[in-house]
Design a protein around this ligand. Structure first.
Ligand SMILES: [Zn+2]
Length: 125
């Protein structure tokens, strides 16, 4: 029985993207197979190796010429971005003497008490 390995990583379906010279990423979409073949050729790996690199968040070269000639798994990066936002949302907040509530790691110590960066000058008199 012929078995075709699905394009999946641990949690998501893989969404292959390639990078433009502008640094922006574009979904490979219908050209996914074409780009995967290029990834195999220029990373000198088999399909298995390319997919496991992509699933691990590595960028895989799809051409030898330019710095931006790489592919990545868009789902992986979207998930990482979401995790980053989540981490930011969980940052402990603190109310400063200036009256503003900001992330705890941004609190500054001024002569008139704790301060946010914006009020530091006013709070330092
Ligand atoms: Zn303030």
């Amino acid at each position: 029985m012929k078995h075709t390995k699905p394009l999946t990583n641990e949690k998501n379906t893989m969404r292959l993207q390639y990078q433009l010279a502008t640094g922006n990423w574009v979904d490979c979409g219908a050209r996914t197979e074409e780009f995967l073949a290029l990834c195999e050729e220029f990373s000198k790996q088999d399909r298995e190796g390319v997919l496991s690199d992509l699933a691990a968040g590595k960028k895989v070269r799809n051409d030898r010429s330019d710095w931006y000639s790489v592919c990545r798994d868009g789902e992986y990066y979207d998930a990482r971005l979401a995790a980053h936002d989540q981490a930011r949302a969980n940052t402990p907040m603190r109310k400063c003497s200036c009256g503003h509530t900001i992330a705890e790691n941004l609190v500054m110590s001024a002569s008139m008490g704790t301060s946010c960066p914006d009020c530091y000058d006013r709070m330092s008199d």
